[in-house]
Design a protein. Sequence first.
Length: 154
Amino acid sequence: MNVGDRIPEVLGKDQQGREIKASDFAGRKVVLYTYPKANTPGCTAEACSLQQHMDELAAKGYAIVGVSKDKAETQAKFADNYNLQFPLIADTDTTLLQALGAWGEKTNYGKTTMGTLRTTYLVNEEGIIEKIFTGKEINTKVHAEQILEFLDKQ
């Protein structure tokens, strides 16, 4: 997906088995972020950064939704371990990740595999993508601050 595209209506089921849809956020903006694997250092840092700044993002009209291919049980443990107060989509079949363009080839230690590409989409009240952060431009430890800095410049 690109800036200007509408996110899919059905996002998937979260860590509690609830179906999450884009229309659930009608009239609100969304930080929709994809991450490779729950409970790993980078993904934990990113989730904690977003949780820590959730109120500031909410003050700017944003809800937070995370997506990975982890199972719902893994997502639930991740949320519990770090007191994450936002939905984590368990996209085990990668339907949403593929639709977003956040599923693709990754190279790690010289080995190429398919996996989740760390990406953040800022979505407006109509479900339209307004900004995309990708790969190396995301600093997981301060990602929420990066988003807030971008929003402050708008």
